[in-house]
Ligand binder design. Structure first.
Ligand SMILES: [Zn+2]
Length: 284
């Protein structure tokens, strides 16, 4: 994460005497697949804050007056300038401001893997199942709860080292595949897997690619995904706290050995989980 921020001060002129100042800071640049904070400060409390990013409109709970941070992500498949629109509704009037975020191309490493042919090109009779599972997963990853369940620093789900980083461009048996939309952690089968933060379990299942999978909604368009588990230890709709047991490390689905695949999604876009686990993304 770059420490340099661009700061804008916006003024809402009410009649001719009363002036509200709102300061919005965004990073100078963001790499593909990186999460980032939008920092807002205001001495007045708006009635609402609406953010439009990547064509998704989110109404955030208002933590102002004072300072408030909003977590957004740059998609792996995006590059260039993207508009970020923020609308503050003050009792005296609406402050509607448009900024731009520059998403820089990032050269993620290339990885070649050799797998059993059935896992690279699934048999025809499984295509329906795979499509259904993909639709279910995508719907879960596009959940937009109005409440934020997470409130502090994020917990590492397993202690193991990274065996495959985020964003790696994969070739399976020489065939190009979608980039790696998560981080793989090494871990012996049966290692407890813990939730990054508080949330609600919105999907569990045994999927062709992901194996035994859990998706947790942390609110405001933020989800975490845990894949290839040997056992799932939570139920759908269950509320969980940070560090709660989600399941056990395994190698179900498309996996060549026991590991945890951890995915982090912001408004439906995969971002590098290590940014959240590195400490610099803690809320205060
Ligand atoms: Zn993975």
């Amino acid at each position: 994460m770059k420490s340099a921020f661009l700061t804008w001060v916006f003024f809402l002129f009410v009649w001719t005497l009363n002036v509200h100042a709102v300061t919005v800071s965004i990073p100078e640049q963001v790499g593909q697949g990186e999460p980032f904070w939008v920092e807002i400060s205001s001495e007045q409390k708006p009635l609402s804050i609406n953010v439009n990013w990547m064509d998704k409109v989110v109404e955030y709970p208002v933590d102002l007056p004072g300072k408030q941070r909003i977590l957004l992500g740059a998609g792996l498949d995006h590059k260039g300038k993207y508009p970020l629109n923020i609308v503050f509704d003050f009792p005296e009037g609406v402050l509607d401001k448009s900024l731009h975020i520059n998403i820089e191309e990032k050269n993620y490493p290339v990885q070649h893997l050799t797998l059993p042919e059935s896992m690279v090109t699934p048999p025809q009779e499984l295509i329906d199942r795979i499509v259904r599972e993909r639709e279910k997963t995508l719907a879960a990853l596009n959940t937009l709860s109005k409440k934020r369940f997470w409130s502090d620093e994020f917990a590492r789900p397993v202690p193991g080292e990274i065996s495959s980083p985020f964003g790696v461009r994969r070739f399976l048996n020489q065939q190009p595949r979608a980039p790696h939309r998560g981080v793989d952690f090494r871990g012996p089968e049966g290692t407890p897997v813990k939730s990054l933060d508080a949330g609600v379990v919105i999907l569990t299942g045994d999927f062709y690619y992901g194996g035994q999978t859990v998706i947790i909604d942390h609110g405001l368009g933020f989800q975490t995904v845990y894949m290839h588990l040997s056992k799932i230890k939570v139920n759908e709709k269950e509320q969980i706290s940070k560090g709660d047991l989600v399941g056990l490390v395994g190698m179900t689905g498309r996996a060549t050995g026991p590991h945890l695949h951890l995915g982090v999604y912001l408004l439906g876009e995969a971002v590098d989980p290590m940014f959240l686990l590195g400490g610099q993304f803690n809320l205060q």
